[in-house]
Design a protein around this ligand. Structure first.
Ligand code: NOJ
Length: 762
């Protein structure tokens, strides 16, 4: 063979060999790749992957002070860091990780709860929108912005059901209802994870806090939870299941003990249910220090035992307690934790790193251009404003001398004939506040005061010279001074109409913000009374992260909007709604109590043997001698500027077998004069069961947009799934029998009703 032909043949074979090798490498599944890395790892390196530290920020960046943490990164003793953001910082740390023997990339996690740079309404407020597309979109944008800043992983969504507004973290979830919560859990996971891990705009979701953290006794954060397994499965677990089914990459366990066993060391929750029954393939991170906290719980004697209990129970990564890094190697050597347990945890963690594409390029989230482009993204801000508008709940808009105060019309305010501009007084401690709009769990960006508007700014910008604006703070949010009342009354007296903005401060709800008193803080309700005494019309805005109690105002002020904390464009969104650019459509995702003594209060209670039909039925349903048993505002409640009529309820069948379905249809008509959206809510009651069933349960809903005069036929499907519940054996069953179908505008305002029967189990 000629030398040239030989070289050609040799080259061809070499190319063929390498392309086959590459093909087979590419064909390698992620699981195979994970295993090939795992085979190279020492026990210490494996345990390192199960270890997560906080970033310890200081002026010059993350972990610069703590040389020990840096060394551990270089030695491959760390799998993840939290609270390290920004392309710069994440790159610096990733570069350290690349100095480790096996160059396993770090995961950067962060609490992206309701936005990163663009702050969206707090999750409870967004839940009030009942708009799943909007919620998915807000999580999507949060992910895009966070990913552009080097973040791989959010510790969200919080999918804890909360029936107790004393619990400060009620602001982080979707409220009291299991069905709504499950739908929202799915929407958020889809939003965060976008088209799937591996895309550089997708971040890993983390369903938390597993489980039942929202049922802490007395609404006190971190407190114990004691509940029946049936209640756990029926009320508290479904949103987690929904998040897992939607592909949530990770779960976080919780601080509380559940029926005596700390969630972090709870094998039943993590191994049996999550990884067993639900076949969850992601990994579980502990909550901050919760592995070590099992000592204080009185469950583990020391960190050695805590690490053993947590790892064996299925807690894969230790957030900040250092129990794993300090004890797992010894535990393995002493046979207390098996290598299988370690390998399973590490496999789960590595798998996510592979899926995120970090083994291909550990710096793929470190792109300055992308970070810059997402920093002040006007499109995101516009979408934020739209979602904020959808989250506002109109609680009251009574007729005053034949007309309603809302939406605001300047000509009506000043009187049709007057040539003078309208005079509007803005009164209350939140009128000029800025940061409060952002709510708890939001970042403090140095330019927030410049980029976020107060309500005053938003109105000034909008009204220009069309109205004369007066301002009086009246009082502070929480103190007892009434010194500003006179000025407030004076401003009110000079005006045609008053907009009052009261409520909580941003940091009064959130983690470790449990409260026993939910009344409007300080002397704000007295300020309302003083202003109302002028006889001028008052529109009341209440900003808060949780349901507050404001009975006098609720009974006496004729127009009230619950505005929660609405995010970066919150003030503009409030102005949009007040002026009728958007007809409010929010519905409460949680019951508002009249007094704290009613808590826990929720709509889907049991009938009991003595169902009450009114508060005067003293011997019925354990009525109070001194308090109504009904909430001030019920779950699902919220008004609109327009009116909706429900009619023509039709069921395709009145008797079905378990494998059949019922088509439910009805007509919804906009009978008012504004275009608007209505949340049509479908509730079911299973009349008799092998275990008692709630008086009603939300099973479906649709948010429908109608122009004035427009009607639409709406369809729902009733299937076996909607009729099923956990029986006393914890089996998910549909039992033959009668069901009541209720369609309404809230859990109380039922407009259409019918009955049907399930005639077979299968
Ligand atoms: C503790 C909180 O309970 C949890 O929700 C959060 O993700 C972690 N801290 C990290 O900040």
């Amino acid at each position: 063979m000629k030398r040239s032909s030989f070289i050609l043949l040799h080259t061809c074979l070499t190319v063929l060999f390498f392309s086959c090798f590459l093909c087979s490498a590419q064909r390698k599944t992620i699981d195979q790749k994970v295993d090939s890395v795992l085979r190279l790892m020492t026990l210490d390196e494996k345990i390192g992957q199960m270890n997560q530290y906080n970033g310890d920020w200081d002026a010059t960046g993350p972990i610069t002070k703590d040389g020990d943490k840096q060394n551990q990164v270089k030695k491959g003793m760390l799998g993840s860091m939290l609270n390290v953001t920004g392309v710069d910082h994440t790159r610096t740390l990733q570069e350290l990780a690349m100095q480790s023997r096996l160059k396993i990339p770090l995961l950067f996690g962060q609490d992206i709860i309701h936005g990163y740079r663009t702050i969206f309404p707090i999750p409870l407020a967004e839940a009030a929108s009942w708009d799943l597309d909007a919620i998915e979109q807000s999580s999507r944008i949060a992910a895009i912005e966070a990913a552009a800043a080097g973040i791989h992983w959010t510790f969200a969504p919080m999918v804890d059901i909360a029936r107790d507004p004393r619990w400060g973290r009620v602001m982080e979830g979707a409220g009291e209802d299991t069905y709504l919560g499950s739908m929202i859990a799915r929407a958020r996971v889809k939003g965060f994870q976008g088209k799937g891990l591996g895309n550089t705009d997708a971040i890993m979701a983390c369903a938390k806090h597993f489980a039942a953290y929202g049922a802490a006794v007395g609404g006190r954060d971190y407190n114990s939870v004691d509940m029946s397994l049936r209640q756990l499965h029926e009320i508290y677990l479904p949103p987690f299941k929904s998040a897992a089914d939607a592909g949530a990459a990770t779960f976080m366990n919780s601080f509380n003990d559940l029926n005596g066993i700390p969630a972090t060391g709870n094998r039943y929750l993590q191994r049996d249910i999550l990884k067993g029954q639900w076949k969850f393939k992601g990994f579980v991170v502990s909550d901050w220090g919760s592995v070590g906290e099992m000592i204080q719980h009185g469950y583990a004697k020391n960190n050695y035992e805590a690490a053993k209990l947590a790892a064996n129970a299925g807690s894969d990564m230790d957030m900040e307690s250092r129990s794993y890094i300090q004890n797992l190697a010894k535990l393995v050597k002493e046979g207390k934790v098996s290598t299988n347990v370690i390998d399973d945890a590490v496999r789960r963690i590595l798998k996510k790193k592979f899926e995120m594409g970090l083994f291909d390029d550990p710096f793929r989230f470190c792109n300055e251009e992308r970070e810059k482009a997402q920093w002040n993204n006007e499109i995101n801000l516009k979408i934020e404003r739209e979602i904020a508008r959808k989250s506002i709940v109109l609680l009251k808009n009574d007729l005053v001398q034949g007309s309603r105060l809302l939406p605001l019309q300047l000509s009506r305010i000043k009187g049709q004939q007057s040539s003078e501009p309208a005079k509007i007084a803005f009164i209350g401690p939140l009128v000029k506040s800025i940061k409060d709009h952002l709510g708890f769990w939001s970042y403090d960006w140095p330019d927030d005061t410049a980029r976020v508007s107060s309500l005053w700014d938003a109105f000034e910008h909008r009204l220009q010279s069309q109205a004369k604006m007066f301002y009086a703070k009246g009082c502070n949010i929480a103190d007892t001074s009434r010194a500003g009342f006179a000025e407030a009354v004076d401003a009110a007296s000079q005006s045609n109409i008053i907009i009052m903005y009261v409520g909580e401060a941003r940091d009064m709800t959130g983690e470790a913000k449990s409260k026993s008193n939910l009344h409007l803080p300080g002397v704000q309700e007295e300020l309302i009374k003083a202003v109302m005494a002028t006889g001028k019309p008052v529109i009341l805005l209440i900003g808060a992260g949780r349901p507050l109690i404001f009975n006098w105002a609720a009974d006496n002020v004729s127009a009230i909007l619950y505005t929660w904390w609405l995010g970066t464009r919150g003030a503009e969104a409030i102005a949009d709604v007040l002026f009728g650019d958007y007809d409010p459509s929010g519905k409460l995702p949680i019951s508002f109590p009249r007094e704290e003594g009613q808590i826990p209060i929720y709509y889907n209670h049991y009938n009991t043997g003595r169902p009450a039909t009114s508060d005067s039925d003293r011997f019925y349903r354990s009525s109070y001698l001194d308090l109504s048993i009904y909430p001030k505002y019920e779950f699902g409640y919220g008004l609109s500027y327009t009116t909706f009529q429900y009619s023509d309820l039709k069921l395709s069948k009145k008797r079905i077998k378990a494998n059949e379905k019922i088509d439910v249809s009805l007509q919804l008509s906009n009978t008012g004069s504004y275009a608007g959206e209505e949340v049509v809510q479908l509730y079911l009651q299973d009349r008799f069961g092998s275990v008692v069933r709630p008086v009603k349960e939300l099973k479906d809903f649709q948010k429908i947009n109608l122009k004035p005069g427009e009607s639409k036929i709406i369809h729902f499907t009733i299937d076996k799934e909607k009729l099923s519940f956990f029986n006393d054996q914890l089996r998910w069953v549909a039992e033959p029998g009668e069901f009541v179908l209720m369609i309404g505008s809230s859990s109380k305002d039922i407009r259409l009703k019918d009955e049907f029967e399930l005639v077979s189990r299968e």
